[in-house]
Unconditional design. Structure first.
Length: 140
């Protein structure tokens, strides 16, 4: 089983706080919302991340249910976004789903162009508040 949409907790930067977020993949972008768009059509995008511009998406060893999404950066020093799923099995399903979506989109767009680091990758990461056009959700 893999996940491409659902509830997770996201670690707040420079804090011990965790916030609940609905995340979903649409093509090559991971969107983050405060509420599920299917339940609340007016839900606003809180953050977005281009999955083609990630270095790694992996579970965190020794921590139950944690996984990390590390975007590319010009100095390869971005610490990543720490997420928490219900349990290890769910974290593994998230990692499998996100990696599958990333790999599928990289294959479509061509590896070299999609994997080239940009000097400001984080302008794509968790920035725009514009609500995207959404394709229907697909469970892989």
């Amino acid at each position: 089983m893999v996940h491409t949409h659902g509830w997770v907790r996201r670690k707040v930067k420079k804090s011990d706080k965790w916030v609940r977020r609905w995340i979903e993949v649409n093509k090559h972008v991971l969107y983050s919302y405060q509420s599920c768009p299917a339940d609340m059509p007016s839900a606003r995008v809180m953050n977005m991340l281009d999955l083609r511009k990630t270095r790694t998406i992996d579970v965190v060893d020794g921590e139950e249910g944690l996984f990390v999404i590390v975007p590319q950066s010009s100095d390869d020093a971005h610490p990543g976004y720490l997420m928490k799923a219900e349990n290890r099995e769910s974290a593994l399903a998230w990692v499998a789903g996100l990696n599958a979506a990333r790999d599928r989109e990289i294959e479509k767009s061509g590896t070299d162009a999609a994997r080239r680091p940009e000097s400001s990758c984080c302008s794509l990461c968790f920035g725009s508040k514009k609500t995207p056009e959404r394709d229907p959700l697909v469970q892989y």
